[in-house]
Structures are given as C-alpha cells and as structure tokens.
Design a protein around this ligand. Structure first.
Ligand code: GAL
Ligand code: CA
Length: 272
C-alpha cells in the first residue's frame, strides 16, 4: 500500500514527464491527454441519532425460582377444651390389719344386699387400654431415669446397672453403703459385667472391691449370698492369700487380685 506523500510525489513526476514530452515534440497535431483521478475525499461527519424503535415482543416466562427459607414458628395456639373424664385410678394397697376387737355377744345380722353385677369383658376393655398406656408411660420414664443415672456415673450390662458413689472406702463400708441403697457391692457374673464395672473404674482411675470374699471359708471365694463363685478373672498367680487377703479387688486390666479388706477402694454398687 502506497502512503499519501509517495502517491502525490509519483503523480507529480508523471505530470512533469508529460509536460516535458509535450514541449519537446513539434506541435504537429494537437492532442488531449486525460488527467489522473483525484485523491479520496475525507470521511463524512456523524449523522444525528435516529428515532426510537418500537417496543420488542414480550419474552417467554423464566424458569421457577429456588424454594425460599422456612418462616419463623407461629405463635402458641389457644388452650384446648378440657378432655373427657379419665378412667378410675388403680386401687391402693390394702391397709394394715386392725387391732383385735373385744369379744361381744351379738345377734346374727341380716343377710346383706345383693352385690353389684361383675364386670363383663366389654367393660374391662377400656380399663385394660388405660392400664397399657400407663405401663408404657412408666417404661419410658424408667428408661429416661436409667439413662440419667448411667450418664452421671454408671454403666450397665443386660438388666444390671452399676453405679459408683465416687467415694473410696474399705470393703465393709462399701458393702454397707450398697446394701442401704437397696443394692449390693458390684459382683461380676460374666465377662461383660466385668467389663461394665471396669468401665467405671477406668473413668475414675480408682479400682474397686468386688462383692466376693473368702471370709466364710479360707480359700473358697463366695458371693455375698454364700454361693461359691461361678465366674472368675484372676490375675496370674492369684489368689495368693499374701498374709490375710480375704477380699477381691479389680486391677486396671480388669483382672482380679485377692487383697486385704481394710484397703481403700472405689465403692461401686450393682442394682437388679
Ligand atoms: C502384693 C499384693 C498381693 C499380690 C502381690 C502380687 O502386694 O498384696 O495381693 O497381688 O502383690 O505380687
Ligand atoms: Ca493377692
């Protein structure tokens, strides 16, 4: 592409050549030479803005938006109407026997009135339904109560619940404390009960006496009820009766060792 000054220069050169040619020749005949095309004109100026166009055609509806977040809970509703009267409660326990009366000489009384008609099956049915729902409510309360006890400082194995007072004491004191609470000193009857007792002991990092002694017959370990033991988990070379060792302690391994009953160990009781 030729730049504008170069293009102008070449046009001038050609023009000069043509002039010299025409002046050196004899003007025998008159001839006309056509000129070269002129330069391109400048770009035009911007026009004024056109008129505003007509509104476009309405678009299709967009896709459904995302689900909004849940609103605040509503206010508490008004109190409901009273329900119907419930069934009669379960009868209380019989009262204690009265004192013996004085001997008297009386006439035989008149026959009593005829008793009320007994309950038919149909009249028992709502009472049974009511009792069933009350038993279910008691079961739920019991489970909650058991969980609360276990959460605090207990463990369980099957139906047995083991609970510690968190205190250390000798065997006799532990036995007394558990009995007063309606239980016994923790007495593992199998490996899982042994594990449950160990779980509490490990948590406190203090180890307990078990409800097993040979106080009655030296060398024969028995439960508190006098039965000889059915399950044992003695440590190696135990029981060794080192001096006077009539009680049984649990080690941090869960193994057992016979030990003096006067030692201080963690009190753990069992219930059920
Ligand atoms: C004693 C303990 C015994 C026995 C022994 C084992 O200190 O009183 O019961 O465990 O250790 O080496
Ligand atoms: Ca021992």
């Amino acid at each position: 592409m030729m730049t504008r000054p170069t293009k102008v220069a070449s046009i001038l050169t050609v023009t000069a050549m043509l002039i010299s040619l025409s002046s050196s020749e004899t003007p025998a005949a008159c001839s006309v030479i056509q000129g070269l095309p002129g330069l391109n004109g400048r770009d035009g100026r911007d026009g004024t803005n056109g008129l505003k166009g007509d509104p476009g055609v309405r678009g299709e509806p967009g896709p459904q938006g995302e689900r909004g977040s849940p609103g605040q809970p509503g206010k508490v509703g008004p109190k409901g109407n009273s329900g119907e009267k419930g069934n009669a409660g379960v009868g209380g326990l019989p009262g204690s026997k009265g004192q013996k009366g004085d001997n008297g000489v009386g006439l035989q009384g008149l026959p009593g009135q005829k008793g009320d008609k007994g309950n038919s099956d149909a009249s028992l049915s709502p009472k049974i339904t009511s009792l069933e729902s009350r038993v279910a409510a008691i079961e739920r309360m019991f489970t909650t109560f058991k969980n609360a006890v276990l959460f605090a400082r207990g463990s369980s194995s099957g139906n047995k619940v083991f609970v510690t007072s968190g205190k250390t004491m000798n065997y006799m004191e532990s036995n007394e404390m558990c009995t007063k609470a309606g239980g016994r000193v923790a007495t593992p009857l199998n490996a899982d009960e042994n594990r449950a007792i160990l779980q509490i002991a490990q948590y406190y990092n203090i180890f307990p006496f078990l409800g097993i002694t040979d106080l009655q017959t030296e060398g024969t370990f028995r439960y508190e009820n006098g039965e000889s033991i059915k399950y044992s988990n003695w440590n190696l070379r135990e029981p060794n009766q080192d001096g006077e060792e009539d009680c049984v302690e649990m080690y941090s391994s869960g193994k057992w060792n016979d030990k003096k009953c006067q030692e201080q160990r963690l009190n753990i009781c069992e219930f059920f």
